[in-house]
Design a protein around this ligand. Structure first.
Ligand code: FE2
Ligand code: FE2
Length: 214
């Protein structure tokens, strides 16, 4: 049995994953526009807060939040080309709203460029735009944090949804989906089937819980 003095103790930085976080931030800052980088930082901090509230691993939440938009550096055309070249599947629907492909390709890019192999983190990046029925808590946290982070200001009901996010995460997912779909319907934007699937799942969940729906 090795004596304690031979065992190299981890530094506080190593224990908290801070050295990796610093590396991810450094790399991300180089590839994203300044506003997008700030948004990514803000999402990561919001993810940490929500992870504290819902008992999720803080490090995973921080990394998923930080890297959720890591593929935003690519144009829609580049994203489609990269997916085709690297065998990353996307739906026909996504071609009609190609901006959502940054989440699908983002999971692959985080794996390759940032060496992330944690499936829960990759999955949270993958689903952060359209969500999916029965999201994991980490997936829901990134989905919600992306919408409510402090730098956002355009959505009408932000104060209400921000508060809700810390009371009932599923309800926040439902409200965000509702408002996003309503906005796209009113503005003539294309709505992916995956987005409707997420919305209908959470609407049913609200009904089952006896909560009011719109
Ligand atoms: Fe995004
Ligand atoms: Fe984002």
């Amino acid at each position: 049995m090795a004596s304690d003095k031979n065992v190299k103790k981890k530094t506080d930085e190593e224990n908290s994953g801070l050295s990796e976080i610093f590396e991810y931030r450094k790399k991300l800052k180089k590839i994203l526009k300044p506003e997008r980088y700030e948004h990514s930082l803000s999402v990561s901090f919001t993810c940490i807060c929500l992870a504290m509230r819902y008992g999720v691993d803080l490090y995973r939440a921080e990394v998923a939040g930080l890297l959720h938009d890591c593929a935003k550096q690519f144009s829609n055309h580049e994203l489609i080309t990269l997916c085709e070249k690297e065998g990353v599947e996307f739906t026909e629907d996504m071609l009609k709203a190609p901006q959502v492909i940054h989440s699908v390709y983002g999971a692959e890019y985080a794996r390759k460029a940032f060496k992330i192999d944690d499936r829960e983190i990759l999955s949270a990046i993958y689903y952060h735009t359209l969500g999916r029925p029965e999201m994991s808590v980490l997936e829901a946290i990134v989905f919600v944090a992306d919408y409510i982070e402090a730098r956002r200001y355009k959505a009408d009901r932000l104060p209400e949804i921000r508060k809700l996010a810390f009371c009932d995460l599923d309800r926040a997912v439902y409200e965000i989906n509702h408002d996003t779909i309503s906005y796209l319907e009113e503005s003539g934007g294309f709505i992916c089937k995956d987005s409707y699937d997420t919305y209908h799942y959470y609407k049913e969940l609200m009904k089952k819980q006896g909560l009011p729906i719109k």
